[in-house]
Design a protein around this ligand. Structure first.
Ligand code: SF4
Ligand code: SF4
Length: 207
């Protein structure tokens, strides 16, 4: 992301501020989403009636969103939140979007230009997205209830949010167990996650 840089003060190091445009932030968020492969998960979700845009007045049939905004770009459903949570990237995502003012429900009041301190960059998660999409697809086909995976998505969302919110160790332990149970059938995803975490650990050790 390009922008004007303000240098740190002489006496005390200050985080570097960059001037960015609202559009640049949206484009950057969409690009990161595309790079981590979320479209594969969305495809399965939408095929089973779970589009998060459904019913939105800004959605145009066969055209798509007519009012892309910072709020919808920042928003994560339970599936995407779970994937970033398990890869230890959720905080990075949240920290970035916390810098963006004016987010609202399906619209924003974000200024056209503003300052941020932190850029958004996530590693390639294509294999993880692909694995999770395949798990979800299989689950959806196996289950009698058509909205099984959508209920699962909402439960994952709630439990990950609560896990981040609560500080109490036993509450966190309980929530982590819930998340593990909810994601117990994500066999391909867990396999891909193990490989990803091993590679990430190896890269850290080489630093
Ligand atoms: S709810 Fe999640 S997986 Fe479904 S379409 Fe929206 S972002 Fe994609
Ligand atoms: S405003 Fe948000 S919810 Fe509505 S169509 Fe656009 S992305 Fe989807």
């Amino acid at each position: 992301m390009s922008g004007l840089t303000i240098n740190s003060s002489k006496s005390q190091p200050q985080p570097e501020l960059k001037l960015v445009t609202r559009q640049k932030v949206i484009d950057n968020g969409l690009q990161v989403m595309q790079e981590i492969g979320t479209n594969q998960i969305c495809k399965v979700c939408i095929e089973h009636g779970g589009s998060c845009c459904s019913g939105c007045r800004h959605l145009s049939d066969r055209v798509g969103c007519q009012l892309r905004n910072t709020s919808c770009t920042a928003w994560l459903c339970g599936f995407l939140k779970y994937m970033l949570f398990k890869t230890n990237l959720l905080q990075t995502w949240n920290d970035y979007w916390e810098q963006v003012p004016g987010q609202d429900f399906r619209e924003d009041f974000t200024p056209e230009v503003f300052f941020i301190q932190q850029q958004l960059a996530l590693p390639n998660l294509q294999e993880l997205s692909e694995a999770l999409a395949a798990d979800l697809n299989e689950l959806a086909e196996q289950q009698a209830s058509p909205d099984f995976i959508l209920t699962l998505r909402d439960k994952l969302d709630k439990n990950v949010d609560q896990f981040l919110y609560y500080k109490n160790v036993s509450t966190k332990k309980h929530l982590k167990r819930n998340i593990d149970v909810l994601s117990g059938s994500f066999f391909r995803f867990h396999q891909a996650l193990d490989s990803y975490l091993m590679a990430a650990e190896g890269a850290d050790n080489r630093l």
